[in-house]
Design a protein around this ligand. Structure first.
Ligand SMILES: Cc1ncc(COP(=O)(O)O)c(C=O)c1O
Length: 415
């Protein structure tokens, strides 16, 4: 039995000098092991680290497409590249508009600007932080070409509504699945519902190669443009003068990355399952606590918990976060801090190509656009209320138990 004094110390918040719920560090993520090492050695032994000549990247694309039950996959160097490749495949005209979410990494936007298209931001659903279909519809104009929903934190967007709007207005849909591997939505995986799906293999992602990306589709024409777009627009015929079909960068994945990705692909479904088990367990343990909301899950979907999003309603989120940190729980307030268009000078200050401000000031775009505070009021209101708690597959149920205890302790004692 703990003494009265010990109990008092345990109940007192750690920021006020009490005993933290958790004193031991949480487990480090260890994504790489023997399988990755063996694949990398085999790539090196082949003496060819170039994708056209080796077999790792080719195998990766085939297996990834099989696992997603789609016809085509094109590997690349990052999630940003995967999204740029998708936009390159759609081939927008300069000044075409692409609607996306203000709560995302800049990688969602970079390809839009590089193709001289205009990013337009629809506000978010205040519970899921995913793009709000009703606001997408409000933002559609004659210039709208496509929509890029971002499945934030591993929770799918409301794809039924988004696809209905897209088909009604004849718009294309690129799904940003960088945070959502093997994430089911109504019998399909996120990434196979729209026209093209894009994934990142950056270090923090469910499937990781440090950096890397992959783009999937069932559309043959898009697939052809995707593979050219990742390879300088080069139609490799193997003889005669070279033919570069259109302007495009070099986003080719190399064989070392392909080797690691191949090994990772064998594990990723298990990784997602484990994160789902832990994330859902955390939700179960904290769902009765007043003044906070556990991770929202879109109806018909399952969450894959790239990170665990906690909404703070009745407390000061900054104080709540500090109190949780003091209890030994690593967590962060506000995710990206501001809508992405206020984080990036390429957007709010139009710092793009020299002093041109293109594509915004391009004569092909006859409108004036200025991203500013107030454009997405729900995002501005809700982002500061968000705490993200990193959880991953190397955590145990006991780790989740500690996180939940700390959340309950803070909620019960923070005034
Ligand atoms: C939602 C989202 N989109 C795009 C990206 C860009 O991916 P990468 O960092 O691999 O370029 C990321 C990664 O941070 C992301 O989380």
């Amino acid at each position: 039995m703990p003494s009265e004094k010990e109990t008092e110390l345990q109940e007192k918040l750690a920021i006020n000098g009490g005993k933290p719920v958790r004193e031991k560090p949480f487990p480090m993520r260890k994504p790489y092991g023997k399988q990755e090492i063996n694949e990398v050695i085999s790539a090196l032994k082949s003496q060819c680290l170039f994708r056209y000549g080796g077999n790792k990247v080719l195998k990766l694309e085939k297996r990834f497409a099989q696992l997603y039950n789609v016809k085509y996959a094109v590997a690349s160097t990052s999630g940003t590249a995967a999204l740029h490749i998708a936009i390159g495949a759609l081939n927008p005209d300069p000044g075409d508009e692409i609607i996306t979410s203000p709560v995302t990494d800049l990688g969602t936007i970079i390809g839009i600007l590089y193709q001289n298209a205009i990013p337009v931001f629809a506000d978010i659903n205040p519970e899921t932080y995913n793009i709000d279909p009703a606001d997408i519809e409000r933002k559609i104009t004659k210039r709208t070409k496509a929509i890029i929903p971002v499945h934030l934190f591993g929770n799918p967007c409301d794809m039924d509504k988004i696809m209905k709007i897209a088909r009604k207005h004849q718009l294309l849909v690129i799904e940003d699945c960088c945070q959502a591997y093997f994430t089911p939505y109504k019998g399909k995986f996120a990434g196979t519902i729209g026209d093209i799906g894009c994934f990142s293999m950056q270090q923090s992602k469910h499937l990781t190669t440090g950096d890397g990306g992959i783009t999937i589709t069932n559309n043959k024409d898009f697939a052809e443009r995707m593979s050219f777009f990742a390879d300088k627009g080069w139609a490799r015929t193997g003889f005669g003068p070279r033919a570069y079909l259109f302007l495009a960068p070099n986003y080719r994945m190399n064989e070392l990355t392909g080797a690691v990705a191949l090994a990772q692909l064998k594990k990723v479904k298990k990784i997602v399952e484990k994160r789902r088990l832990l994330g859902d367990l955390l939700t179960e343990k904290i769902k009765d606590i007043k003044g906070i909301c556990p991770a929202a899950v879109t109806p018909g979907a399952k969450h894959s918990y790239w990170t665990y999003p906690l909404r703070i309603l009745d407390y000061d989120p900054i104080r709540f976060n500090k109190a949780l940190n003091a209890e030994g729980i690593p967590c962060y307030v506000g995710y990206i801090g501001k809508p992405i268009f206020l984080c990036a000078e390429s957007l709010w200050n139009k710092k793009t190509y020299g002093n041109s401000h293109c594509p915004f000031d391009c004569h092909r775009y006859s409108k004036k656009i200025q991203y500013k505070q107030g454009d997405c009021p729900v995002t501005e209101k809700m982002l500061p209320r968000l705490i993200t708690i990193p959880i991953h597959e190397n955590f145990s149920k006991k780790d989740i138990e500690d996180i939940s205890k700390a959340i309950r302790k803070v909620a019960e004692n923070l005034l």
